[in-house]
Design a protein around this ligand. Structure first.
Ligand code: SF4
Length: 269
């Protein structure tokens, strides 16, 4: 994470809501030197595009976001995207454009207000939709994440199709709920990866030109970064997060992505 999350209470599925400090710490903020090392490491692995992921700060994350972008640009020549929820002002959106950042994520997770409120009692669905609309007005490419397992499969598909209203949607990732130790939802059943892949296939029909994939959230869903073949078969996987850097943990799937893609006749570059 490049910025802390101030959503309170934390979302029920998120490591930040865990009562176990070691689990919570997996989503802790990276220091600037650690961020610089992480960016350098990813680029050295052949990664050409980085998403800087941080928490949601209703009071705003303009300064820490600008600092993180400067830190990465000092050490790595790489395409940058940002994912800190609806935490930045229109002024910082314009600043990011000048810095060459073209894609900003704001995950809605689900458009069912009841489901959203139960999973994310400290968060604001309408705020996320308003922010996404503002990003479109400023000519940004939108990224989004929809989560399977918060509500029903119908909710999942409705949430995916809801995004058709955003003409500048460029990236859509489907995450799959997996219970995390110590969180309020630690006892909940994991969601079906098969349903996520079905959602991906439907999203491919609805969004022929969008980058689609299953979301890689290794700390909450171990193994998520390795579902390469199933994504490609469903029509997704035109973008993968092959390197994930958390505080104290780095996941590198570059070779695996290359090999599995090659086995299906794709070329990973
Ligand atoms: S907004 Fe994101 S980082 Fe913050 S608690 Fe919710 S899922 Fe975790």
């Amino acid at each position: 994470m490049v910025t802390p999350c101030e959503v309170s209470p934390a979302c029920k599925y998120c490591s930040l809501s865990s009562s176990i400090p070691a689990v919570q710490d997996e989503r802790a903020e990276l220091t600037q030197p650690a961020l610089a090392r992480a960016a350098r490491y990813a680029v050295d692995q052949g990664i050409r595009s980085l998403v800087l992921v941080g928490g949601t700060a209703p009071e705003g994350s303009d300064l820490p976001v600008r600092k993180a972008v400067r830190t990465v640009k000092q050490v790595a020549e790489v395409e940058l995207a940002l994912d800190v929820g609806p935490s930045i002002s229109a002024g910082t959106v314009e600043w990011l454009k000048q810095e060459g950042v073209r894609t900003i994520y704001c995950s809605i997770e689900t458009v069912n207000p009841g489901v959203f409120g139960r999973a994310k009692p400290g968060d604001d669905l309408e705020g996320r939709i308003r922010f996404s609309t503002m990003l479109e007005r400023h000519g940004m490419t939108l990224g989004n994440v929809v989560m399977n397992g918060l509500g029903s499969t119908d909710d999942l598909l409705r949430s995916v199709l809801y995004l058709r209203r955003f003409r500048r949607l460029g990236y859509l990732h489907l995450s799959t709920f997996h219970p995390v130790r110590g969180t309020p939802w630690a006892q909940r059943r994991p969601a079906s990866v098969r349903a996520s892949v079905t959602g991906l296939a439907i999203a491919r029909l609805a969004f022929p030109g969008v980058h689609l994939s299953l979301a890689e959230v290794e700390v909450e869903d171990p193994g998520s970064a390795a579902r390469v073949a199933s994504q490609l078969r469903a029509g997704g996987g035109n973008t993968f997060a092959a390197v994930l850097v958390y505080r104290g943990r780095t996941v590198n799937h570059v070779e695996r992505v290359r090999q599995e893609a090659a086995a299906l006749g794709f070329m990973a570059s």
